[in-house]
Design a protein around this ligand. Sequence first.
Ligand SMILES: Cc1ncc(COP(=O)(O)O)c(C=O)c1O
Length: 385
Amino acid sequence: MRERTDGQGFATRAIHAGERPDPTTHAHNTPIYATATFAFDTAAEKEAAVDAALEWDPTSYFYSRTGNPTNRALEEKIASLEGAEDAIVAASGMASVSATLFAHLEQGDHIVVGDELFAITVVLWQEDLPRRGITVTAVDMTDLAAVEAAITPRTRLLFMETSTNPRLRVADIPALAAIAHRHGILLVADNTFLGPALLRPIEHGADIVLHAATKYLSGHGDAVSGVVSGKKHLLDPIRKQTDTFGQAASPFNSFLVLRGVRTLPLRSAKGSENAAALARFLEADERVDWVRYPGLASHPDHAVATRLLGDRCGAMVTFAPRGGVEGMAAFTDHLRLCDIGVSLGDVFTLVYPRPKDGGIIRVSVGCEDVGDLVEDFALGLSFVR
Ligand SMILES: Cc1ncc(COP(=O)(O)O)c(C=O)c1O
């Protein structure tokens, strides 16, 4: 096969990295390697492949729980986009979060986590880690003094979300990395809400970055998947953990995410543009109590967000219509274009009403024409008293 390049630019690598015509059939698209096991000509070849795979050579295949070529294509693409030495795909975003934490922590360790995290990550740190003798302190990651004060001699890592769920707080990653490294510990960043087209935490000093690939990386709401990136020596224990805990990615899902990532730069740009316009529209309406969008000057982390993200601040917007839970339902229940759903990162705009948070609405802004979104939101607001 002729010599190939992935190119230099982010958009080129989003399309080309990890993907090669199939060496036997020359199929242009990366195939779904729907196989549990791999066949060998000799016992010695089998032994060598198993040994290499279990030394965490990700391109040595013998059994698809441990490694699979479709999964590997996605790993190579994500590693390229994150600017990381390696990446590991897993069955879901939570598989990536849990494998990362369990691989790097043991009984007696302590970690510092953000005080606003995805709900199931909260279950993990409030229930699963303490049950295994790992203690946790939750702090506001935008309060650097509080982070520093929470670190103890037993602290092994800081775990943060790069834009938090649901209030979209944006912490200063370079400052957090400096604190972590001064204490000889790791900074782990869940970058699900932004994605690597907008923010690459490793470039800002994070050691490990992970995603629910279910969201922006897939971009089409059709697969559940997770991915972790970083230096290989930090990832090998995570690869082992996903193998032992049976958290392997499905090659079918990796195929879908591979296809999705190719358009990530286009979707991230359009989503950010739409979200900024929608945030401005909401902020100007008197039936809205408040709007959170990192690109708005009113956002508490606007300066940090602008420094890290420039003028593309992501496609998530959170707002509170007037009237609490009643106002929330009046808005969401009258929309005709945008559906109510709990996920995010889709090309379809999704609204997530949160009565337990006092009636706020988290919006994952999609790639529709912004005029249609504004029209639908104006319709929803017309029912808010
Ligand atoms: C920030 C964040 N991290 C992790 C996850 C978990 O991802 P998954 O649902 O693929 O397990 C989610 C899911 O919504 C999320 O929003």
